[in-house]
Design a protein around this ligand. Sequence first.
Ligand code: PBG
Length: 331
Amino acid sequence: MNYPIARHRRLRGSRSIRNLVRETHVSVHDLIYPIFVTEGSGIKEEISSMPGVYRYSLDQLDSEIAEVAELGIQAVLLFGIPEHKDEHGSEAYGDHSIVQEAIRRIKRAQPDLLVIADTCLCEFTSHGHCGVVHRDEATNRADVLNDASLTLLVRTAVSQAQAGADIIAPSNMMDGFVHAIRGGLDEAGFEHVPIMSYAVKYASAFYGPFREAAQSAPQFGDRKSYQMDPANAREALREAESDVAEGADIVMVKPGLAYMDIIKSVRDNFDLPVAAYNVSGEYSMVKAAANNGWIDERAVVMEMMTGFKRAGADMILTYHAKDVARWLKDS
Ligand code: PBG
């Protein structure tokens, strides 16, 4: 058979025909914008490794939230930086702690904006780990205790729901966290609040800039005893499977760019909505290259967003969300 001339190029000849046959679309409804809130007042501090991303004190938050809503972004993910950190991360679950107050403030100002609360202890613990640390005197070995951490994480999730969080997003990677948090939410009367589980979360160097932003770098050791080994793909399915069995409503894969195969396989194996987290280091790399004039930021970011959707993500958590929303408006 003769190979038909222009077989593939026939459908690429004009912008209109390309629009007609496009398989994947990015919409402003896919976007979730992470926001950092900090104690104090009058603070709008740029995070040096994440140009364009700021830490806001509550009094500075309103205009940012208004802008997000104005752009048509429907959901934000909240991270809190407390003034005071301790061994047990008690500022994570105080009824009037920074995240709880931010949730109330945002829901008052923009009732339709979905507020997703990240549920973890690492921003609140003095040692920077995502749970309770036990140090064995004899061996000087430090362990992050699973069940003791779960108790505090459940308290955190319930207090976030009480403050008005629309979705609970536990990122701590303790075993059984979805089961424990689902039980705690149900018992407190929050059966209707969904859990977006950080089901597949790798121990990644791409979180570096976030840890500057949230001042949450571990003070000793690393997170490899609870976050996943980047080399493992089958294990991702086991992680997702247990979270789904425990009652997760949305499953997340994190980071994004180096884990597109994982997004695809989670998509292919589960029928729940899948979220991809385009993490801090991925954002910083784009910003650094763009600020040097080495890449076309808009084109690169839109290609990344399209990649997440094509791999099977239903939603994308991204620090680029405001820019993407603007670009979608004028495209
Ligand atoms: C908290 C948490 C982290 C991120 C989201 N939730 C950091 C970590 O696990 O060290 C990373 C987000 C990002 O890099 O953008 N556990």
